[in-house]
Design a protein around this ligand. Structure first.
Ligand code: ZN
Length: 179
């Protein structure tokens, strides 16, 4: 899941790179734009591509969850839960940003949401905080839209799987499979 989330996020950047007439090299935890036209506008689009992909996938998953019966948990509904859980990127990045600020006293400069806000001449937090709050709302909706018995297992299992998956992808599998 962490691998799918990360790679598809990066593919969002890659798609945006191609959309503005450039190309890209996909790495396991990033994508390097190649031959992007000069200027903040094009750079902004390539930065926005990743979060846009993540948030759109998450919203499609939520839409499917809203539409599927709430009191059952058939196997196909797990797909919708996985897609909707893409929204968890935003609260995670918001908390990571808070932790960075607490440690250094500076607003984060890395991370798509912070970079994009800075490019738009906004406060660095102007996108991350609203998106983080929306992400919290989205994750809460996921829990409401699955049967009660599944809530605790999803929180515990989902968190553990993500931490383990993230570590596996960033530490072992990712570097082995992609440059
Ligand atoms: Zn990104």
């Amino acid at each position: 899941m962490a691998a799918i989330g990360t790679v598809s996020h990066e593919l969002g950047h890659v798609a945006a790179d191609y959309a503005v007439g450039g190309s890209a090299v996909l790495h396991y935890a990033s994508a390097t734009p190649v031959g992007i036209p000069d200027g903040d506008f094009y750079r902004g689009i390539t930065v926005a591509g990743g979060p846009l992909q993540t948030v759109l996938t998450g919203s499609l998953g939520l839409l499917a969850l809203w539409w599927l019966p709430r009191t059952e948990m058939p196997p196909k509904k797990w797909l919708a839960v996985l897609a909707a859980a893409f929204w968890s990127r935003e609260p995670f990045n918001m908390l990571a940003g808070f932790a960075f600020y607490a440690r250094t006293g500076h607003s984060p400069t890395r991370g798509d949401e912070y970079r994009l806000a800075t490019m738009l001449d906004l406060n660095p937090w102007a996108l991350q905080i609203p998106l983080g709050l929306l992400g919290i709302a989205a994750c809460t909706l996921i829990l409401f839209w699955i049967p009660k018995d599944w809530r605790l297992p999803l929180i515990v299992g989902g968190t553990a799987a993500n931490v383990f998956g993230f570590a596996m992808w960033m530490g072992v599998l990712g570097p082995a499979l992609l440059p």
